[in-house]
Structure formats: structure tokens, C-alpha cells
Design a protein around this ligand. Structure first.
Ligand code: HEC
Length: 115
């Protein structure tokens, strides 16, 4: 009777061991993790040149979103940049002083302008 119990324990042990090593084998082919597939946002390189007007831009335009919003735009004509800055101010409520608009637009045209 006692012997039979030992046998059962031994079988259970074997069973668990097989189970665990099975797991280990599966780890050789792990499911793709979503974290590994997502872009690493900490390493997205955002760098806008510090041309004239950069301070005004940084002060007024980086409160709500990153500089990526500008970096990801194609080169745009001055009128378009003017429209975007005005949209930020009037539609989205960016606290941009009217007197700073010209300087900011000039900066944007310098770094991402198109004739
Ligand atoms: C009050 C918050 C706020 C401030 C300050 C702000 N923005 Fe935005 N900006 C937004 C929002 C909201 C959007 C739209 C986001 C979206 O569509 O996902 C946006 C989008 C943009 C885009 C994407 C293109 C577009 O037209 O939507 C650009 C470029 C941009 N902002 C530039 C600027 C510049 C330049 C400034 C400084 C003058 C500025 N933003 C300041 C809120 C702001």
C-alpha cells in the first residue's frame, strides 16, 4: 500500500518534470510579443535645427505635442505653415501671442519650407 503511494508520487513527479521541460522547449519558439513588435518610442529621433526663431517655436509649440508633429510634415509653403500656426492658435487654443506668429512661421519655413 505504502509502496503504491510512492509509485504514484514518483509518477506525478515524472509527469510534472515532463510538463516543465515541455514548457522550456516551448520557450525556444516564443509567441511574438506585442511589446517587441511595437516601435520603441523612446528612441524615435526627433531633432529640429536651432535656426532663428527656434526659441519661440519651442516655447509655443511643444506644450501640447512633440516636435514630431512638425518633423513629420513635408516641406510646406509659407502660407500653409501660417495656416497651421493659426489653426493651433484659434482652433486648438494654443496660447500663442499674435506678435510671435511671424517669428514661428519664419522658423518653420526655414526648416521645412517650400516655395
Ligand atoms: C493647445 C495645444 C497645442 C499647441 C500649443 C500646439 N498644437 Fe499643434 N496640434 C494640436 C492638436 C490638438 C493637433 C491635432 C492632433 C491630431 O490631429 O492628432 C495638432 C497638430 C499639429 C500638426 C499636425 C498637422 C495638423 O495640421 O494637424 C502640426 C504640424 C502642428 N500641430 C504644429 C504646431 C505648431 C507649429 C505649434 C506652435 C505654433 C503648435 N502645433 C502648437 C495642439 C496644439
Amino acid at each position: 500500500m505504502r509502496y503504491a503511494r510512492l509509485k504514484v508520487s514518483f509518477l506525478l513527479l515524472l509527469f510534472f518534470y515532463a510538463g516543465f521541460s515541455g514548457c522550456r522547449q516551448n520557450n525556444n519558439h516564443p509567441m511574438p510579443e506585442t511589446a517587441a513588435m511595437a516601435p520603441d518610442l523612446n528612441h524615435v529621433n526627433i531633432h529640429l535645427p536651432e535656426a532663428a526663431g527656434y526659441q519661440a517655436f519651442a516655447l509655443n509649440c511643444l506644450i501640447c505635442h512633440s516636435a514630431a508633429y512638425v518633423q513629420n510634415q513635408p516641406d510646406l509653403p509659407e502660407k500653409t505653415w501660417e495656416g497651421i500656426v493659426t489653426k493651433m492658435q484659434k482652433t486648438f487654443g494654443a496660447p500663442v501671442a499674435d506678435s510671435s506668429i511671424r517669428e514661428i512661421v519664419q522658423y518653420l519655413v526655414t526648416i521645412k519650407g517650400k516655395r
